[in-house]
Design a protein around this ligand. Structure first.
Ligand SMILES: C[S@@+](CC[C@H](N)C(=O)[O-])C[C@H]1O[C@@H](n2cnc3c(N)ncnc32)[C@H](O)[C@@H]1O
Length: 226
C-alpha cells in the first residue's frame, strides 16, 4: 500500500476552527506586532491553490500565527511543511496541528529574518538555476513591517543564489500591503515605479495574483494585496 506522502491525499482530521483556537489559546492579535489573521479557510485554501501544485512539495511558511494558511498547505498534499513563528503564544496551537498531521509539520520558534532555510530541506531538492523550479515553495502572510525588509533580503538572496534560492528558483506566494504590492508590480512609466519595482522585476517574475479585502483579516488592517 502506498503512503499518503506519495499519493498526496492527506487531509487533516476535523479540528477546532481558527476562531476557536484563538479563544482556546488566548491568541488576541498584538497591535504593535501588526498581527492580522485570516480565519476563513475557504480564502486560505484559495491563496494556497494560487501558489500552484503543492503535491509532495517542501513548503516554508513564514509567520503561521494561528494556522489558517498552515491548514490549507497541509491539506494540499505536501511532503513537508516547515513553519517559522516568532511569537511563542502560537506554538501550542501549531503543535496541535502537527499532532494532527504526523511527520508533516515542522515548527520552528524563531525569526524569519535570521532563519537559515537553505539547510532545512533535503539536498536532493536542489536544482540548477536554469532548470525547472525546485519543489520548494515559500508562502506567507507576514506583518508589513517584516514583509518589506524580508523581500529585500530575499531579492539579495536571489541575486546570490543563496538562502531560499540555494534550492534553485524557489517560488514565493506572499501578501503585501497594497502600496508595496503596487510598487512590486509597477510597470515602466507608472506612478508607483520605484527601486523596489526595478529590483524585483529584474530578479523575479512578479505577479499580482489576488486582492484580499481588508475585512477578511481579523482585526482589519489598512489596504492589503498579495
Ligand atoms: C499578519 S499575521 C498572519 C498570521 C497567519 N499567517 C494568518 O494569515 O492568519 C503575521 C504572523 O507573523 C508572525 N511574525 C511576525 N514577525 C515575524 C518574524 N520576524 N519571524 C517569524 N514570524 C513573525 C506574527 O507573530 C504573526 O503570527
Amino acid at each position: 500500500m502506498a503512503s499518503s506522502r506519495t499519493l498526496g491525499t492527506f487531509r487533516l482530521p476535523p479540528l477546532p476552527t481558527i476562531r476557536e483556537i484563538i479563544k482556546l489559546f488566548r491568541l488576541q492579535a498584538v497591535k504593535q506586532l501588526s498581527q492580522n489573521f485570516l480565519l476563513d479557510l475557504r480564502l486560505t485554501d484559495k491563496i494556497v491553490r494560487k501558489a500552484g501544485n503543492l503535491t509532495n512539495a517542501y513548503v516554508y511558511e513564514v509567520g503561521p500565527g494561528p494556522g489558517g494558511i498552515t491548514r490549507s498547505i497541509l491539506n494540499a498534499g505536501v511532503a513537508e511543511l516547515l513553519v517559522v513563528e516568532k511569537d511563542s503564544r502560537f506554538i501550542p496551537g501549531l503543535q496541535m496541528l502537527s499532532d494532527a498531521a504526523p511527520g508533516k509539520l515542522r515548527i520552528v520558534h524563531g525569526d524569519v529574518l535570521t532563519f537559515k532555510i537553505e539547510r532545512a530541506f533535503p539536498e536532493s531538492l536542489k536544482r540548477q538555476w536554469e532548470d525547472d523550479p525546485p519543489n520548494v515553495h515559500i508562502i506567507g502572510n507576514l506583518p508589513f513591517s517584516v514583509s518589506t525588509p524580508l523581500i529585500i533580503k530575499w531579492l539579495e538572496n536571489v541575486s546570490q543564489r543563496n538562502g531560499p534560492f540555494a534550492y534553485g528558483r524557489t517560488r514565493m506566494m506572499l501578501t503585501f500591503q497594497k502600496e508595496v504590492a503596487e510598487r512590486l508590480t509597477a510597470t515602466t512609466g507608472s506612478k508607483q515605479r520605484s527601486r523596489l519595482s526595478i529590483m524585483a522585476q529584474y530578479l523575479c517574475d512578479v505577479q499580482h495574483i489576488l486582492t484580499i479585502p481588508g475585512q477578511a483579516f481579523v482585526p482589519k488592517p489598512e489596504n492589503v494585496i498579495p
